[in-house]
Design a protein around this ligand. Structure first.
Ligand SMILES: Nc1ncnc2c1ncn2[C@@H]1O[C@H](COP(=O)(O)OP(=O)(O)O)[C@@H](O)[C@H]1O
Ligand SMILES: [Mg+2]
Length: 325
C-alpha cells in the first residue's frame, strides 16, 4: 500500500458565478521514501490538491468527492483536532513564500521550538537544542547564532531552509512542498532542491513536490503526475516522461523548459492559450482547444485516465497518445 493515496479527488468552491471545481477527479499515490512531482501550469489545481490533502481548505471550499488515505487512514474523515496532529507531526509542509508562514516578530529558533512543543512533551532547553541541530542539518551556518535571528534578517534562501527545518523537526513521513523554490533565484533554487533530495535520503521521507517547472522535476523527482485543469492527464517515472512523453500537454510543457544551449534571441516556446477557467470547461478533454492533435471526439468526450498499453506503470488521459505503439 502506498503512503498517500489520492483517489478521484473533487474539490469545489461555491462562488457567486457558480461552483468552481478546482480539482476535478485527481488520482495519484506516493510511496514511502518517494519523491513525486505534481506539475502543471498555474491554475491547474495543484495548490488546491495540496490544501485538500492537508485539510486546510478555506470555507466554503470543500472536498465534494473522492478519498485521501495516508498511512492507511482516511484523512477526510478525521476531526479538526486529529488532522492538526497529522499536520506537522506526520505530514510536514513548505510553501513558495516562507515570509508568509514565518512570524515576523519571533526569532526563528523560537518558532521551531514552538513547532516541536506542539507535538512533543519535552523541555524548552531540549527543544531549543533540537531546533539548532535541525538548522544545522538544513545547512544554516553558525546555527547557534542564527537561531536568534528574526526572519527579516535572513535571505530568502535561508528562510526557506528555516521553513524546511520547521517542517521536518517532528520527522514527518511525508513532506508537501508547494513551489518551494519558485520565489528564489536559480542558484539558491538548485541548493534547496539538492537539500530536499538529501533529506529524503537521510530521513527516508516521501516528498510531494508541487511545481509549474518541469526543469525542477527533472532535478529531483522519481515520478511525476502532470495536472491540467483540475485533472491528472499523465503519470510516469520521470526519466520515461522526459524521453517519451505521451500526452500532447506534457510535450508542450517539455518544449517550454529553457535550455542552456538556446539562442537567447529566440523566443522561448510556450503552449498557446491558457488553462481554461474551471467554470468554462466543456464536456470533452479540457486540453482539446490548445491541442494540435485534437479530433472531434476530443471535444465532446472526456478520455478516462488509463494505463498505457504495454506500459502498465504509466497512465494517461488521452484518446490519441503520442509515441505509444
Ligand atoms: N478560494 C477559491 N475560490 C474560488 N476558486 C478558487 C479558489 N482557490 C482556487 N481557485 C481556483 O481553482 C483553480 C486551481 O487553483 P490552484 O490550485 O491555486 O492552481 P495552481 O496551484 O495549480 O496554480 C484556479 O482556477 C483557481 O482560480
Ligand atoms: Mg499553486
Amino acid at each position: 500500500m502506498a503512503l498517500l493515496e489520492v483517489q478521484d479527488l473533487v474539490t469545489e468552491f461555491p462562488t457567486r458565478a457558480g461552483v468552481v471545481r478546482a480539482v476535478n477527479g485527481v488520482t495519484f499515490s506516493v510511496d514511502e521514501g518517494e519523491i513525486l512531482a505534481v506539475v502543471g501550469e498555474s491554475g491547474s489545481g495543484k495548490s488546491v490538491t495540496a490544501l485538500s490533502i492537508m485539510g486546510l481548505l478555506q470555507d466554503p471550499g470543500h472536498i465534494a468527492h473522492g478519498s485521501i488515505t495516508f498511512d492507511g487512514r482516511e484523512l477526510s474523515a478525521l476531526s479538526d483536532r486529529e488532522m492538526e496532529e497529522v499536520r506537522g507531526n506526520q505530514i510536514g509542509m513548505i510553501f513558495q513564500e516562507p515570509m508568509t508562514s514565518l512570524n515576523p516578530v519571533y526569532r526563528v529558533g523560537d518558532q521551531i521550538v514552538e513547532a516541536i512543543l506542539t507535538h512533543e512533551k519535552i523541555g524548552k532547553k531540549e527543544a531549543w537544542e533540537r531546533a539548532v541541530e535541525m538548522l544545522r542539518v538544513v545547512g544554516i551556518p553558525s546555527p547557534e547564532e542564527r537561531a536568534h535571528d528574526f526572519p527579516h534578517q535572513m535571505s530568502g534562501g535561508m528562510r526557506q531552509r528555516v521553513m524546511i527545518a520547521m517542517a521536518l523537526v517532528c520527522r514527518p513521513k511525508l513532506l508537501i512542498a508547494d513551489e518551494p523554490t519558485t520565489a528564489l533565484d536559480v542558484t539558491i533554487q538548485a541548493q534547496i532542491l539538492d537539500l530536499i533530495y538529501r533529506l529524503r535520503d537521510a530521513y527516508h521521507m516521501a516528498v510531494l513536490l508541487i511545481t509549474h517547472d518541469l526543469g525542477v522535476v527533472s532535478e529531483v523527482a522519481d515520478r511525476a503526475v502532470v495536472m491540467y485543469c483540475g485533472r491528472t492527464v499523465e503519470e510516469a517515472p520521470v526519466a520515461e516522461l522526459f524521453m517519451h512523453p505521451h500526452h500532447p500537454y506534457t510535450t508542450g510543457l517539455l518544449q517550454s523548459i529553457p535550455r542552456l544551449e538556446d539562442d537567447s534571441s529566440e523566443r522561448l516556446y510556450a503552449i498557446e492559450g491558457t488553462v481554461p477557467d474551471p467554470l468554462e470547461v466543456g464536456e470533452g478533454c479540457p486540453f482539446a482547444n490548445r491541442c494540435a492533435y485534437a479530433a472531434d471526439r476530443c471535444r465532446s468526450e472526456l478520455p478516462a485516465l488509463s494505463p498505457v498499453p504495454g506500459e502498465g506503470h504509466r497512465s494517461i488521459r488521452c484518446f490519441y497518445p503520442l509515441e505509444v505503439h
